[in-house]
Design a protein around this ligand. Structure first.
Ligand SMILES: Nc1ncnc2c1ncn2[C@@H]1O[C@H](COP(=O)(O)OP(=O)(O)OP(=O)(O)O)[C@@H](O)[C@H]1O
Length: 440
């Protein structure tokens, strides 16, 4: 995109895309432009890039940065791809291990993925990755396949969603009657990566077929990798035999990204997109969008578009203005009891411990964090918060909020002891984790 003298020019890869944008989105583009700009009277022009060929299904070049995002690619972000053809190529799938940003929230899942990708024989079967939406499960599954293919271009790696697996199986049984071919496709591979495996939960015949597929790959020493939004034992209507198979492998959870990982992800993705942004604005962005990497990517794309149009350094005000719908989006009703209980849980304490007058370091920190988050998430007054916290004085609440705020800013480390052992984490990380659990 470029914006000069009231004319916004959008360059597209082919006439089809251009026509579609003009027909369907002109008015939205104009009103979006007016929203982010003070000037009026813009015009929009859609141009076809001179070097592109007019074939919508042509693969996008493997470029990085802005141009690759704008190109039409047959493998869009997060698309569940299925291809069992023998002629596998490098970077068959969109995501790679090297583009996966690691931090405390996903390190174990990442390391297990690297091991699964690099070892010819299975190490643990299956590798089961679970976590909430947009935290990188699909990314890792596809990246494992790509990495194995990079090391051994002759390897057979299949990435498929459980839904697609089900459809193919039913098709083979009911329509084409080619069950043998179906089994050949899935039982003679080096890596079988199935996404959203919870989809199989109430599909009785497919579950059984999958179990046989799994057993046959396991016997052949081949690697199975599964992703789901929940731990195997938490998936409703998943058969006992499948649950026990799954938990006999390696089950790893990806958490929502912690603050430091979010900062890292933002920096990398913004730099990839060529966005000029201040450090404070990156920190503000990472502090405001907490749930998933997909949400962060959405924010980065908006900032990228803004920066491409207005060509100026992005500061905190711009982030807050451009992303107001994302940044201020919060669960509306947050209950102070949930905050107290989640803060207590985090430190292996009880709600009573926080509402009592216990004075040890851990209890008073847990209490202070609960007060701080109550103020931030509920908008309650200091006296009201004090009352919910076992009739504490409002000045105590005010002091606690200030103390936590200062420690979060300084990224101070807090150490504490619980029955599970000795722990240590940054105050910003602790507050983030409790906030996420309250808001989820
Ligand atoms: N640690 C990470 N580093 C870089 N990019 C990431 C990371 N985690 C997630 N992403 C990116 O965030 C987007 C969403 O990730 P992905 O589709 O893998 O999430 P998911 O956990 O499979 O979500 P869902 O359960 O909704 O399918 C992708 O574009 C992915 O590349």
């Amino acid at each position: 995109m470029s914006l000069e003298q009231g004319l916004l020019v959008i360059t597209v890869p082919n006439r089809f895309v251009g026509g579609w944008i003009e027909k369907n989105f002109s008015s939205q583009i104009l009103s979006a432009l007016q929203e982010v700009s003070i000037a009026d009277g813009y015009k929009v022009q859609v141009d076809k890039a001179p070097s592109t060929i007019d074939e919508p299904s042509r693969p996008a070049p493997a470029a990085t940065g802005r141009s690759s995002r704008m190109a039409v690619s047959p493998v869009a972000a997060g698309t569940k791809v299925n291809d069992t053809s023998a002629s596998v190529k490098r970077d068959k799938y969109k995501f790679s291990l090297e583009k996966f940003v690691t931090g405390k929230s996903n390190e174990l899942a990442y390391k297990a993925s690297v091991m699964a990708a690099r070892s010819e024989d299975k190490i643990f079967n299956p590798l089961f990755i679970h976590g909430t939406y947009g935290t990188g499960k699909t990314h890792l599954l596809q990246a494992i396949c790509n990495e194995r293919l990079r090391l051994n271009p002759k390897a057979k790696c299949v990435y498929i969603s459980a839904e697609e697996f089900t459809n193919k199986y039913l098709d083979a049984v009911l329509r084409t009657k080619r069950v043998d071919q179906f089994r050949n496709n899935f039982r003679k591979v080096d890596i079988l990566a199935i996404d959203d495996i919870h989809f199989l939960a109430n599909k009785e015949s497919t579950k059984e077929e999958f179990l046989h597929t799994f057993n046959s790959l396991d016997l052949a020493n081949k690697q199975v990798i599964l992703a789901s939004d929940a731990h195997p034992t938490q998936i409703n209507k998943l058969a006992e035999n499948l649950i026990s198979r799954f938990i006999s492998g390696m089950v790893v959870r990806i958490e929502s990204p912690d603050y430091d990982t979010r900062v890292k992800i933002c920096r990398i993705k913004l730099a990839d997109g060529g966005v000029d942004i201040t450090d404070e604005a990156v920190e503000y962005l990472a502090g405001s969008i907490t749930k998933s990497v997909r949400d962060l990517e959405g924010a980065v794309l908006k900032l990228q578009a803004y920066s491409a149009i207005f060509r100026k350094t992005i500061d905190i005000q711009t982030v807050s203005h451009v992303l107001c719908d994302l940044v201020h989006h919060r669960r509306t009703v947050v209950n102070v009891d949930e905050i107290i209980s989640d803060s207590a849980n985090f430190f292996s304490l009880s709600a009573n411990d926080l509402q009592s007058n216990r004075k040890d370091r851990t209890a008073s920190m847990a209490r202070s964090i609960a007060m701080y988050l109550s103020r931030e998430l509920t908008g309650m007054s200091y006296p009201e918060i004090g009352k919910s916290m076992g009739n504490k004085h409002h000045a105590t609440v005010l002091q606690a909020c200030r103390k936590v705020e200062a420690k979060v800013k300084k990224r101070e480390i807090f150490k504490w002891k619980s029955p599970k052992g000795i722990h240590s984490d940054s105050l910003s990380g602790i507050v983030d984790t409790i906030r996420q659990s309250v808001e989820s």
